[in-house]
Design a binder for this molecule. Sequence first.
Ligand SMILES: CC(C)(COP(=O)(O)OP(=O)(O)OC[C@H]1O[C@@H](n2cnc3c(N)ncnc32)[C@H](O)[C@@H]1OP(=O)(O)O)[C@@H](O)C(=O)NCCC(=O)NCCS
Length: 172
Amino acid sequence: MPSLRRLTPADAAAHRALMLEAYEKYPEAFTTSHSERVGLPLSYWAERLAPADPAPTVVFGAFDTQGRLVGVAGLNVPETRIRSRHKGLLFGMYVAPSARRHGAGQRLVQAVLEAARARGDLRLVQLTVTQGNDSAQALYERCGFKTFGVEPMAVCVDGRFHAKVHMWRELG
Ligand SMILES: CC(C)(COP(=O)(O)OP(=O)(O)OC[C@H]1O[C@@H](n2cnc3c(N)ncnc32)[C@H](O)[C@@H]1OP(=O)(O)O)[C@@H](O)C(=O)NCCC(=O)NCCS
């Protein structure tokens, strides 16, 4: 069972490597593409992991017994407007194939939900999952997320359009 902790700027290289693997191996699962991120400096990744109170972005990592980063999921709070800043966004969910089906995915989602609750200013968390990514959607449903819509032609990957399922979960 992998151990979990919040990533810090010292984890930037490992986070970058794992996300580039994710974008390359599962292009349909992510809105971000490998080509958009591969050229960015390490400081881009480090800045996203920088501590702040409250931090606009928090990323949790799952580590195997040798201390290698094998899974990640993040919480982003993109909204600053008063009327919509109660919404957080779960993003960047990935578990390396060697570490799957041991509950790391579920624990990462739970860590994101706990972080969202701990902030005190969020009422709900939203996410999107590509239509047809049934294992990821099932995982989110197990964690209490419900579908509130399907966005047609949400992403275009190598000339093919994919719909995105929009899900949400009240924090309560
Ligand atoms: C989706 C993803 C994050 C799931 O990660 P994971 O660590 O395998 O997740 P979990 O282990 O919590 O659950 C996955 C499955 O393992 C099962 N499982 C969990 N613990 C288990 C255990 N101890 N023994 C056997 N099976 C187990 C779960 O029931 C679940 O089964 P299901 O797929 O039939 O519903 C991973 O497959 C992934 O990274 N996919 C590619 C990228 C992607 O799609 N990201 C999501 C973008 S929205």
